[in-house]
Write a protein that binds this ligand. Sequence first.
Ligand code: MF3
Ligand code: CO
Ligand code: CO
Length: 272
Amino acid sequence: MRQKRRSRIKRRNDRPQLTPEKLEGLRVAGRFAAEILDRVAEMIAPGISTGDIDNLVLEMSNARGARCAPKGYRGFPKHCCTSINEVVCHGIPSDAQRLQEGDIINVDVTPILDGFYGDTSRTFAVGEISDEARRLIDDTYEAMWRGIYAVKAGGHVGDIGRAIQPFAEARGYSVVREFTGHGTGETFHCPPTITHHVTLGRGEPILSGMVFTIEPMINLGRWKTRILDDGWTAITVDRKLSAQWEHTIAVTDEGIEILTLGASETPPPRPE
Ligand code: MF3
Ligand code: CO
Ligand code: CO
C-alpha cells in the first residue's frame, strides 16, 4: 500500500487519547488476561488436551463477565490459541489433541472486559523438555523484553525489531516476519504494526498514549511459515520449533507500562 501524505494538523490529531479511565480499564483487562495464563500454567501437564485449556479460558472468562476476542474473530472457532512445537501461532484448541512430555506450547489469550482488550501469551514446557527447547523459550522471552525496553515516546516502532532481530540471530535463531505485534486497547488489532525483525527506515513514531503488543515468534530453524488447511494454524516450513511470548504495553508520559504482567513475573533488568 502506498503511504498517503498527511498534513501537520491531521498528525497532531493522531496523538492517541489515553485518559486515566481508559488506562485503568486496560490495566484491569490486562491483569485478568495474565491471571488466566497463571491458571493455565498450573494445568499444563502431559495428557491434558488443548481443548481442556480452551475450556478453562472460557470458564474463567464467563465467571468474570469477559468475552474472548478470538472466538468468532474472522471465523476463529475457539477462545484462545494453543500452538505446540512447530506451530508458530494460531493453533486451534481441540479435545483430540493431547500434550506430550517434551512438547512446548504457547497459549495466547485475549479477554475483553468492559470493552478493553488484554492480549498476552506465554510458552510453557510440558514436563521435561530438551535443553535446546528450554533455551529457545528463555531466549524468546528475553527477545520480547529487549523489544519492550526499546520502546520510548519519541522513538520509532522500528526500534523494536532492531533490538530483537540481532539478538535472536546472534544466538542462531530466526525471527518470524509474517506475523506482527499490533495496536490494541479498544479493538483487537489496529495500527501501529509492530514488526519483530529489522525493516527499512525507522517506522512510525511512538507517541505517548499508544497501546500495542510486542509478541516475537522466534524459530530454531528458518523464519518462513505456512498455514495449514484449517486456514489458521501457522507452522514453520522446516517443522522446527517455534516459541512466542506476548505482552500488551501502554506508552505514557511517565514511560512504558506493561499491562499484562503475571502475578509472579518480575521484569528483567533493563539492558544498558
Ligand atoms: N491473540 C493473537 C494476537 O496476538 C491473535 C489471535 S487471532 C485468532 O494477535 F483469531 F487466532 F484468535
Ligand atoms: Co497480539
Ligand atoms: Co495474542
